[in-house]
Write a protein that binds this ligand. Structure first.
Ligand code: GDP
Ligand code: IMO
Ligand code: MG
Length: 426
């Protein structure tokens, strides 16, 4: 009866995979609405850990239809490997559906991604080099090849020819790469992928989702990345090339805004970021390293160490506003269990001494801002086995209340461990 968007409120890796899996049990449908295999969503069930990049995190329930929406960019080789991994572990994944309107990542997208990063040198974004940005560029430049195109060989060849000519020129002449593309080899490879995933493809995906809404089904729209990586509302240009925010769920699934009932913001109890770009509350040195080790903060996709920092209420309020958050899922509270003092950034101060409560609109102004911290006593107690909110240590409750108050949004659940069962519902 409800349509809920699950959105990351920071720079990604907030625990969206865990929360989506948890809520999926009571859902009819889970739709991934943007991003591609730059995402890594971890689901821990008992002793088993699954890392999903493209397949929605509801896939562990046979009765939940899991849809890769039109807003996602798909590297078919990665999708097929992911499916095979699930099959090997005993999951059929027959409940998967793929929008024919989702765009396809080709080898030239990955090459351009890497070549751009190389050329940028110091200004490097630190992308995942999965070809995500270049694929979205082609989509918006109306050059893209969609999943559906792979089933029309003549059209596919025409589109691919143009792209190979253009991208070959760009890579050789501008980026100085010694590269030629073999159209026949790429055609053969991708027609093979198309054959392999044929049974999952739906030609009217927004219609499929719309029908479920009409039938009053329960639907989750699962975002990837996070608000601060949003191409419009994040720390541009140190962002990804899509709209992870709740509005992106409308375009990326083909659902009108009036159909969305709830927007659940996933919030890590501290903050992390992978790749370059501003991070006002970053903790440098030993304490940051300790937090990374305790939280296992290494990228689920690239394995890169994540930068760690204190909770940032300016970022939180920004996320609450641009997503219209209705509820919060706070994750990884347990990682702070043995932290004697915990800082919370409640505002920024600019170089003239003005208090800044809204996230700065330019990186230049952001660079002039310093976080203003309040310090809280930690709880120094294991929270990983707690089932009821009332049993949480008093200082942990105080910390959570503060986060909720700063966000102006109520807390729906608190996660105190990676495993499915480690959750406290309020
Ligand atoms: P996502 O991209 O937002 O889905 O997040 P990731 O899966 O990339 O990163 C979150 C990491 O934290 C994963 O390793 C999860 O298994 C883990 N995790 C999620 N929730 C919790 C939690 O409450 N406590 C702890 N300790 N780990 C968690
Ligand atoms: P999930 O869904 C964290 C970051 C990259 C880089 C920037 C642009 O697991 O939260 P891209 O390859 O997208 O062009 O890289 O975005 N990034 C993520 N960081 N979690 C993610 O996904 C990310 N997806 C992309 O590190 O800084
Ligand atoms: Mg992740």
């Amino acid at each position: 009866m409800t349509v809920t968007v699950i959105v990351g409120t920071q720079w990604g890796d907030e625990g969206k995979g865990k929360i989506t899996d948890l809520l999926a049990r009571d859902m009819d449908m889970v739709v991934r609405y943007q991003g591609g295999n730059n995402a890594g969503h971890t689901v821990v069930i008992g002793k088993e850990t699954f890392k999903l990049h493209l397949i929605p995190s509801g896939i562990f329930y046979d009765n939940v239809l899991c849809v890769i929406g039109n807003g996602v960019v798909i590297d078919p080789a990665v999708l097929i490997t992911e499916l095979e991994t699930l099959h090997e572990r005993g999951l059929k994944a027959d409940n998967l559906r793929i929008s024919s309107q989702a765009h396809v990542i080709f080898p030239y997208h990955r090459k351009i991604d890497a070549a751009q990063e190389k050329k940028r040198e110091a200004g490097r974004i630190g992308t995942t080099c999965r070809g995500i940005g270049p694929c979205y560029v082609d989509k918006f430049n109306r050059r893209g090849i969609r999943i559906g195109d792979l089933y029309n060989e003549k059209l596919f060849r025409e589109k691919l020819e143009w792209n190979l000519e253009e991208k070959g020129f760009q890579l050789r002449e501008f980026y100085g790469e010694k590269i030629t593309f073999d159209i026949e080899a790429i055609m053969e490879e991708y027609l093979g992928y198309a054959h392999n995933i044929r049974k999952y493809v739906v030609w009217d995906c927004s219609g499929l989702i719309g029908e479920a809404i009409e039938k009053k089904k329960d639907i989750l729209l699962e975002g990837a990345q996070g608000t601060m990586l949003d191409v419009d509302h994040g720390t541009y240009p140190f962002v990804t090339s899509s709209n992870p925010i709740a509005g992106g769920a409308c375009t990326g699934a083909g659902v009108g805004p009036k159909n969305i009932d709830d927007v659940l913001g996933v919030v890590k109890a501290y903050v992390t970021r992978v790749g370059s770009g501003p991070f006002p509350t970053e903790i440098e040195g030993k304490l940051g390293d300790e937090l990374r080790e305790k939280g296992g903060e290494y990228g689920a996709t690239t394995g890169r160490p994540r930068r760690c920092g204190w909770f940032d209420a300016v970022v939180m309020k920004h996320a609450a506003r641009v997503n219209s958050l209705t509820q919060l899922a706070i994750t990884k509270l347990d990682v702070l269990d043995d932290m004697p003092k915990i800082k919370v950034c409640v505002a920024y101060k600019d170089k003239k001494g003005n208090l800044v409560k809204n996230f700065p609109g330019t990186l230049e102004y952001l660079a002039e801002c310093q976080p203003v911290y309040e310090e809280y006593d930690g709880w120094m107690q294991d929270t990983t086995k707690i089932k009821d909110y009332k049993d949480l240590p008093a200082n942990a409750k105080k910390y959570l209340d503060k986060l909720s108050e700063l966000a102006g949004v109520r807390i729906y659940m608190v996660s105190i461990g990676a495993e499915r069962g480690q959750i406290i519902k309020l």
